[in-house]
Design a protein around this ligand. Structure first.
Ligand SMILES: Cc1cc2nc3c(=O)[nH]c(=O)nc-3n(C[C@H](O)[C@H](O)[C@H](O)COP(=O)(O)OP(=O)(O)OC[C@H]3O[C@@H](n4cnc5c(N)ncnc54)[C@H](O)[C@@H]3O)c2cc1C
Length: 391
């Protein structure tokens, strides 16, 4: 049976970039066998093919340019849990259409599953009676994205600082090489840290925020079982994005820095936080008295999600033309210099922009928000930046 159809295809012609494409046929395979049959039909037809996950991409990569769409969101089975006693490590095999949200839910509610072998089954039963949870460490914030889409996009999450590099957490993958379609994946799972605290602090510039994070990582390294999990900064221009909300006070006129700390005990965590607050005071850091310390809970989740909220708001607003996105990965020690270069190019350009990054990793994201009249100029700036930042 041919699984391609065109009912409701209009809903699948765009993604989060806002770009709209076209296609004649769409199908939703549920298994590798379905997928192989569909790929065969497309090959025979010799027409363009677009593979889609959850269409949350920001750069139009899932937007079809005619022909066929194969959407993988119905390939969403969690196939087997494995525990390897030799390395004391847990992993899960799943289809590529599973979303981060589905994976998190499965691990949180400890839903029934299949097992790689009897030993894995025994460890799963222990897991079910354990207080804690396992998690997939990389934390690209868009929970509705599929694992296949995240890997195809080489997504970067906030926990890249603490072993959350996506590639390092993929233990195996099944790929149909002729079309480069990821069919299934085996992901490493780790125990979620027992205790986490977050700190929102404010700095005069990116260099100061980066230095603060490095010092805190040094402190954490010198203490037992403590860690800086994540450190995300937001340039003061980001406050404009929240201008019509109740939350502008969270991003004052400074570089805002969200740092997450973890430890195996609350005492250790509080010692680390005391160091952080002392450092803020001693260094005469801007708005030191406004720094916010939050334990896990609603406020923690809200602040941890600031980058995601900003990205969502940028997607929702109509600026009169499509925003332009540049994701850069520079060496961490030239991050502050790269930020200065970006700001020099944008000052006086009369194009609103958002600028944020992940401290100590060299990841910087710039979004230009031109209206139609400034679109060509914005494109030129992005091209120049892409050239200049490739040191
Ligand atoms: C609010 C928001 C916040 C975000 N935050 C982050 C962030 O912090 N870090 C970050 O890196 N990204 C972020 N993103 C972007 C995110 O990386 C992408 O949304 C995600 O990677 C795409 O997954 P998807 O399932 O939606 O794939 P789609 O958007 O459907 O597809 C993206 C690309 O992957 C390909 N693809 C999809 N599935 C497969 C497969 N199984 N095999 C082969 N190719 C496939 C598609 O052909 C397309 O080229 C954010 C997006 C949003 C909307």
């Amino acid at each position: 049976m041919n699984m391609f159809h065109n009912t409701g295809i209009e809903s699948y012609l765009s993604d989060e970039s806002g770009i709209v494409g076209s296609a004649s046929w769409i199908a939703f395979p549920q298994s590798k066998a379905d997928l192989c049959k569909l790929l065969h039909i497309v090959r025979e037809a010799g027409e363009p093919l677009t593979i889609q996950g959850a269409r949350t991409g920001l750069r139009g990569q899932a937007v079809p340019q005619g022909g066929y769409i194969i959407n993988l969101t119905k390939m969403c089975a969690i196939e087997a849990f494995r525990f390897d006693s030799a390395t004391s490590s847990a992993s899960v095999k799943l289809q590529a259409g599973v979303t981060l949200e589905q994976l998190d839910d499965w691990l949180r509610i400890k839903a029934p599953t299949e097992f790689a072998d009897d030993e894995s089954k025994m460890h799963w039963e222990r897991y079910c009676s354990w207080d804690g949870t396992l998690y997939f460490v990389p934390n690209p914030s868009e929970k509705t994205a599929t694992l296949g889409g995240l890997i195809a996009e080489d997504a970067v999450g906030s926990y890249v600082l603490c072993g959350g590099d996506l590639a390092q957490n993929i233990l195996d993958k099944d790929v149909i090489l002729s079309e480069n379609v990821i069919v299934s994946l085996t992901l490493a799972l780790h125990p979620r840290p027992a205790q986490r605290y977050g700190l929102m602090s404010y700095h005069k510039d990116c260099a100061e925020a980066e230095a603060f994070v490095e010092t805190m990582r040094g402190y954490a390294f010198g203490m037992e079982s403590t860690q800086v999990l994540a450190a995300e900064w937001f340039d003061s221009v980001c406050r404009e994005i929240l201008a019509d909300t109740q939350n502008t006070h969270l991003l004052p006129d400074a570089v805002s820095l969200w740092t997450e700390f973890a430890a195996d005990s609350e005492d250790r965590l509080l010692t680390l936080l005391a160091h952080a607050l002392e450092l803020l005071e001693q260094a005469d850091i801007v708005f030191a008295d406004r720094a916010l310390v939050v334990a896990e809970g609603r406020d923690f989740n809200f602040l941890q999600n600031i980058r995601h909220t900003l990205t969502e708001r940028l997607n929702e607003k109509d600026y009169g033309a499509l925003p332009l996105l540049l994701d850069c990965a520079v060496l961490p020690n030239v991050s502050a210099k790269a930020v200065s270069t970006i700001k020099e190019h944008l000052e006086g350009a009369e194009i609103p922009y958002a600028l944020m990054g992940r401290a100590a990793t060299g990841h910087i994201t710039v979004r230009l928000l031109p209206n139609e009249a400034h679109h060509a100029a914005a494109n030129q700036i992005i091209e120049r930046l892409a050239d200049e930042l490739s040191y």
